[in-house]
Design a protein around this ligand. Structure first.
Ligand code: ADP
Ligand code: ADP
Ligand code: MG
Length: 681
């Protein structure tokens, strides 16, 4: 076994690999850029080597810099994580040339699977079902139209070198095909330096279901069940689960066997993933093979009890797989939520800044991992598990240079309902402040009846949130529970205040028992009767709710029991109440005496400032292109400028027809949120 390995990555995946290596008694070397000097993966590793300035193409993915770090530290093997150099055959070759082990597949397999056209051909030869389409290259837009017609609309136009959801377009008509061909080609040239395009049938009502495979260098291979990854936004995964709520045992077995056949056909070793698209009749078609550890691998670990990173390291060291296919058991259900530093209320634009608060829910281990000597630290606790794979820490900076994913929160339960319930509570107790993030959106999806039913496709987010996300609306019954909690909590605050003001004798009496809670557009008049153990809140219609909690004024998280069920609230004190966040809803609760409530009803509503004639910068980033000049007429939807943040180019467009009066910034400027980019007449 290796004594020392280097992790050629950053963020959560670097931390994840370090954990397993440490458990195996292997020393770890981190690499870092200028932006990551204080990053968590650097703190966790035994050694760390600086590899360059913040942009990844000047540090993390410069092969020579990584090789230098290996030579300096004497690392015997390299785990590449995902992204970065993980699927780069030149890197695998550079390592081989110096006798350093690559904790991943052989170079030949990376090459064969790295290209979508080549891999599709190989898959077809190995007897794997592939998406019907044209396997050749396409020369120009007219040829794209002709081939699209032959395949039959709708079709998917794809870049052969594509990845990360880039370089693909759906076409429903000849015009779409013409435009899509050009758009994919341009995007592929810019992102991958390779503009080869192919076309295949667009599978309607598609689900993305993938198979985890694991092979050693002695000819042994297993498949470890599937992951359902249909909850995607713009072809990027957001929520994944294992198993899939859609597969039956026969389909699972057929997909697993085909995935393994493909892996063996290309001489695969290590962990890999074969992605399939599955239609409404459970027909499945090969999409691509990812020759690396996948972002969502933890859900597979949670239902199999197998540490995939450990197996990757063992396989790279030449060991045999310690289990055979018939020893693999899938136990229970696991779900993963990807926490992105992107603001759901601003059309999911990336968000950067300092994490003023970062408190993930406590990890809990149970299920297969605990039963089989798992690598998570906490002891088993009942029928649930919570695991958070993270690469950040409180006080840390989320920079604009890297992927916006900051953590992966996983929940396990004996069945799907239990896993989802554990996830809901874990999301509610996750405290993140200082940056925009998608926690409320994840909570809303967990509570969405269609998601909860398992009836999902890759179009779920686009169909269910066509106008974006503006916060979840709580059902009336839930709103009442929050109102009861707010009233009981406010009463505690008022008693504390009365006590501090010195009137020790009668503070309980000075705080009345009648309150009016204004919340989510509704008003609830309540009467509170408190005792030592909690409070009973009575609504005007006679409904009573018992509220108990150990919450204290000043605490930012309240775990309550309201009307016999748990309720977790994120709490911020406001002048006459609280800002309360739960289940994807972001509410201000005003708690007033009946007299104050009467007066509040007479107050005029404050109008927000009019910013409709300004183009405000929605995220911190670099201005890379300005498409208009002062005095220009612009049409609704016209591109105005492009801002680069977190490796993504974001085009800002005109909200309506108008005339550009003034431009306040220049190309190359670094911008902050709400900087005024342009003004309109
Ligand atoms: P997974 O299938 O493991 O979920 P993703 O497609 O979400 O993988 O990508 C995993 C990571 O790798 C992400 O950080 C993504 O940005 C990055 N990535 C994937 N493909 C490419 C590529 N061709 N070039 C650069 N980064 C990529
Ligand atoms: P990437 O390398 O960017 O991950 P994939 O080929 O894996 O590209 O496709 C990404 C996503 O796009 C899939 O998860 C699926 O949602 C969708 N997709 C790809 N091909 C098709 C298709 N032929 N029909 C329907 N959806 C598709
Ligand atoms: Mg893919």
């Amino acid at each position: 076994m290796f004594d020392k390995i280097l992790i050629a990555n950053r963020g959560e995946i670097a931390c994840r690999v370090i954990k397993t290596a440490r458990r195996m008694g292997i020393e770890t070397v981190a690499i870092y850029s200028d932006a990551d000097r204080a990053a968590l993966h650097v703190q966790m590793a035994d050694e760390a080597v600086h590899v360059g300035p913040p942009p990844a193409n000047q540090s993390y993915i410069v092969i020579e810099n990584v090789m230098r770090a290996i030579r300096e530290t004497g690392a015997e093997a390299v785990h590449p994580g995902y992204g970065f150099l993980s699927e780069n055959p030149a890197f695998a070759e550079a390592l081989a040339a110096e006798g350093v082990a690559f904790i991943g597949p052989p170079k030949g397999a990376i090459e064969a699977m790295g290209d979508k056209i080549t891999s599709k051909k190989l898959a077809a030869e190995a007897g794997v079902s592939t998406v019907p389409g044209y396997m050749g290259l396409i020369g120009d837009a007219e040829e794209a139209v002709r081939i699209s017609r032959e395949i039959g609309y709708p079709v998917m136009i794809k870049a052969s070198a594509g990845g990360g959801g880039k370089g693909m377009r759906i076409a429903w008509s000849d015009d779409d095909a013409r435009e899509g061909f050009q758009a994919s080609k341009n995007e592929a040239a810019a992102s991958f330096g390779d503009d080869r395009i192919f076309i295949e049938k667009f599978i309607t009502r598609p689900r993305h279901i993938e198979i985890q495979v694991l092979c050693d260098a002695h000819g042994n291979g297993v498949f470890l069940g599937e992951r359902e990854c249909s909850i995607q936004r713009r072809n990027q995964k957001v929520i994944e689960e294992a198993p899939s709520p859609f597969l039956d045992e026969a389909t699972r077995k057929a997909m697993g066997e085909q995935a393994l056949a493909l892996a063996q056909a290309v001489g695969y070793t290590s962990a890999g993933t074969v992605e399939f698209i599955v239609d409404g009749e459970r027909n499945f078609y090969f999409l691509e093979m990812n020759t690396r550890l996948q972002v969502e691998h933890p859900v597979t670990e949670l239902i199999t009890g197998i540490d995939l990173v450990e197996q990757m390291i063992r396989v790279a060291a030449g060991e045999k797989l310690p289990f055979s296919q018939d020893e693999i058991r899938l136990d229970g259900w696991a779900v993963e939520s990807r926490l992105y530093a992107e603001d759901p209320y601003r059309n999911f634009l990336p968000s950067t800044g300092r994490l003023t608060r970062y408190r993930p829910p406590e990890a809990v281990a149970a299920g297969p991992l605990a039963a089989r000597g798992n690598w998570l630290e906490p002891a088993p606790e009942g029928d649930r598990a919570v695991r958070n794979d993270t690469g950040v820490h409180e006080g840390g900076e989320i920079s604009m240079y890297y992927d916006p994913m900051i953590a992966k929160l996983c929940a396990w339960g004996p069945d799907r309902d239990a896993a989802l319930q554990t996830m809901r509570e874990a999301l509610d107790s996750f405290e993140i402040e200082g940056i925009g993030h998608n926690l409320p959106f994840l909570s809303a999806v967990m509570d969405h009846p269609r998601f909860a039913s398992g009836d999902i496709t890759t179009a779920f987010i686009a169909e269910e949130y066509p106008d974006g996300f503006s916060g979840a609306d709580l059902p009336e019954a839930e709103l009442r529970r929050v109102a009861a909690a707010a009233a009981a909590m406010y009463r505690v605050v008022e008693i504390r205040r009365a006590r501090i003001s010195g009137r020790m004798d009668n503070h309980e009496r000075r705080v009345g028992s009648d309150w009016v809670v204004a919340l989510g557009g509704a008003e609830f008049a309540v009467t509170i009767e408190a005792d030592r153990a909690g409070a009973t809140v009575r609504f005007a219609d006679g409904e009573e709710m018992r509220v108990t909690s150990d919450w204290q004024p000043g605490a930012t998280l309240a775990r309550l029991d309201v009307a016999g069920a748990p309720l977790v609230l994120k709490v911020e004190k406001r002048a006459t109440g609280f800002r309360l966040r739960t289940r994807g809803a972001d509410l201000v609760a005003h708690v007033r005496t009946p007299r104050q409530a009467e007066l509040a009803r007479l107050m005029p509503e404050k109008a927000p400032p009019d910013t409709s004639r300004l183009l405000l910068c929605p995220m911190p980033g670099l201005m890379v292109k300005i498409d208009v000049s002062e005095g220009d007429d612009v049409e609704e939807g016209q591109a105005l400028c492009t801002i680069e943040a977190m490796k993504m180019e974001n085009i800002l467009r005109a909200a309506r027809k108008g005339v550009v009066a003034k431009i306040n910034v220049a190309v190359g400027d670094n911008l902050a949120v709400d900087d005024v980019i342009m003004e309109f007449e």
